[in-house]
Write a protein that binds this ligand. Structure first.
Ligand code: NAD
Length: 474
């Protein structure tokens, strides 16, 4: 695959010509650099019909064949990483290095998923019967993803959905449709027609998918606000839903943490992808004993990190992905200024063009401030002082969200004891927030419904069927 390229939707294993197109903006320049097809309602119906027609054959295809197909799609992403990463940087903004990691990592994730198996239960009910429980695919899955990690978040859904025997209709965010469309184009060579469809469009398309009578399950990643709408719409047809939503993850740094050793990792735990990561550190609680040395180190990193166009060599942080999110982050910066909080680095927006925001560290704002309570999803981090660990845990847990968190200490057992008291689905000790294909990832409270990853995540694409038979006598 090469770029420039006319990106097309994939419906029934073929390119689907669109009547309309919409611009895709490079957030580093604010200029349109490509266009994406606008899916019509009739085309969504075609995609659903194609996915429904393909389902019985795909569901009956041996697991080993499906495994090979998912692995092969992963390999295609890895083989085309150089082209895809350049497109990903242009549509998302992240630096080439991170974009390359996202593309290859998505390929590797598909290959890791392809090694997994569904459990089958054989048992005796103790009342004269034997039974066998198998996990059967649901049918057609509608997958809806956001713009921060377009490919990675898509494959978290696509891999297990396909492996378990479902067919898929995938919709990327209108801000980042291109790499996902490209994945659909590549998949035509390794998946039967109808098994994997990719459609792109504006604000109407998501609600059409969640309401569609021919779709059996919605797997959604995005904001909590949209997640509620998705669940409401899916309820009308009783679709199964998995919702991976927002977070406001707390990092707790214990007094024995080695400031010099951990400062850089802590920095990146918050600012990877410019803070546009659901499990990024979004509140940083630091013990009083090391508060000043650590915040001084972090401020130095914030001042020296290279922010710019992700396509330029040496760039470490790109722009915010899109104008609405940029304006949201600017609104938070304005609130910080209006409230008179002290900033240790950053503050105002960087000069245009480009949705650039300098890394901003806020010195111990009140717990009730917007920057502590809200999910910022941008490079602005509140640094919060504590002196009592019970108090820090209570403050960390005092959030409507329950996605992830982290604990930092010279003693990992001590950190693990704190981790178990956090009311979140994942906790990282002394390291960057990174998920695994083999571990379940589940948001608590307003961070989601259901599970992605691991066997538990695969099971979300299935429904159990139990066959009872009489135990042979004699
Ligand atoms: P968003 O909710 O605005 O959009 C997500 C997707 O939903 C997009 O494809 C969008 O087009 C679509 N959509 C919008 N309205 C819809 C509707 N009514 N019905 C169906 N689909 C609709 O989210 P965003 O701004 O793209 O992403 C940022 C959010 O995603 C943050 O809150 C972040 O924390 C969250 N996120 C969560 C995870 C996780 O795994 N928990 C991972 C990444 C991002």
């Amino acid at each position: 695959m090469t770029f420039p390229h006319d990106f097309s939707m994939t419906i029934d294993g073929r390119a689907a010509p669109a009547d309309g197109h919409f611009d895709v903006i490079n957030p580093a320049t604010e200029r349109a650099f490509a266009s994406a097809p606008e899916c019509s309602r009739a085309q969504l119906d075609e995609a659903v019909a194609s996915a429904r027609a393909a389902f019985p054959v795909w569901a009956a295809t041996p697991m080993e064949t499906r495994r090979k197909c998912v692995h092969a799609l992963g390999q295609l992403l890895i083989d085309n990483a150089e082209t895809l990463m350049a497109v990903l940087t242009m549509e998302q903004g992240k630096p080439h290095r991170e974009a390359r990691m996202e593309v290859s990592g998505s390929g590797m994730r598909l290959q890791a998923i392809a090694t997994q198996d569904l459990p089958t239960l054989h048992a005796d009910d103790g009342a004269g019967r034997l039974f066998e429980t198998r996990h059967m695919p649901l049918g057609v899955v509608g997958a809806i993803v956001p713009w921060n990690f377009p490919l990675a978040l898509a494959v978290f859904k696509l891999g297990p959905a396909l492996l378990t025997g479902n067919t898929v209709i995938l919709k990327p965010s209108p801000f980042t449709p291109l790499t996902t469309l490209a994945m659909g184009e590549l998949a035509r060579a390794v998946l039967p027609p109808g098994v994997f469809n990719v459609v792109s469009g504006g604000d109407a398309l998501g609600p059409w998918i969640t309401a569609h009578q021919g779709i059996d399950k919605i797997t959604f990643t995005g904001s909590t606000q949209t997640g509620r709408r998705v669940m409401e719409s899916a309820a009308l047809t009783l679709k199964r839903v998995t919702l991976e939503l927002g977070g406001n993850d707390a990092a707790i740094v214990l007094p024995d943490a080695d400031v010099r050793k951990l400062a850089e990792q802590l920095f990146w735990s918050a600012f990877t992808n410019n803070g546009q990561l659901c499990i990024a550190t979004k509140r940083l609680y630091i013990h009083d004993a090391i508060y000043r040395p650590l915040t001084t180190e972090l401020a130095e990193l914030a001042r020296t990190v290279k922010v710019g166009d992700g396509a330029q060599p040496g760039t470490q942080l790109g722009p915010i992905n899109n104008r609405p999110q940029y304006q949201r982050v600017l609104g938070l910066l304005q609130d910080i200024r209006d409230s008179g909080y002290t900033v240790l680095a950053g503050g105002g927006p960087a000069p245009a063009p480009g949705y650039f925001v300098p890394v901003t560290l806020v010195d111990d704002p009140p717990d009730a401030s917007r920057i502590v309570r809200e999910e910022q999803f941008g490079p602005v981090l509140p640094l919060l002082r504590f002196s009592d660990i019970d108090d820090a845990i209570a403050r960390a847990n005092a959030s409507e969200f329950g996605l992830g968190g982290s604990v930092w200490s010279a003693d990992e057992d001590r950190a693990a004891a704190v981790a178990r008291r956090l009311d979140t689905g994942s906790v990282f000790i002394n390291g960057l927030p990174r998920l695994s294909a083999f571990a379940p990832f589940a948001g608590r409270k307003q961070s989601g419904v259901g599970i992605e990853g691991g066997i538990e995540g695969m099971l979300e694409f299935t429904s159990p069927q139990t066959v009872f038979r009489n135990r042979p006598t004699g």
